[in-house]
Design a protein. Sequence first.
Length: 118
Amino acid sequence: MKHEPFKQFAAYLALAVTLAAPAVAMEAPEGVVYCGGDPERQIEFVIRPYTGEQWNASMTIDGQRVRAMSSYSYFGRQKEPDGFVVILLAENGNDYLVFEAGGEHWLEMEQTRFDQCN
């Protein structure tokens, strides 16, 4: 029984460390969150003020950070689609078109529409 005080101390220490450790929490969204696709995915983005950097936007796609460039004129001489706001040219090669019309916010990537879900 000479190890009993040590076991008790170890149990208290383990409890103290557990209680003192910061809880892992989901990061609160910084902006509009878009949901859609099959399987469903979540996409969020933030466009930072222009500082001369090529990658001026940050996207979170299903919890993974992706750098992107924003462009407000993507269609050349063609008329832009109704409700077009901005296109995000992601570092991973995908293009995300952001729209806002009639009180709705949505994002399109290829043939998939992601509607505002927050």
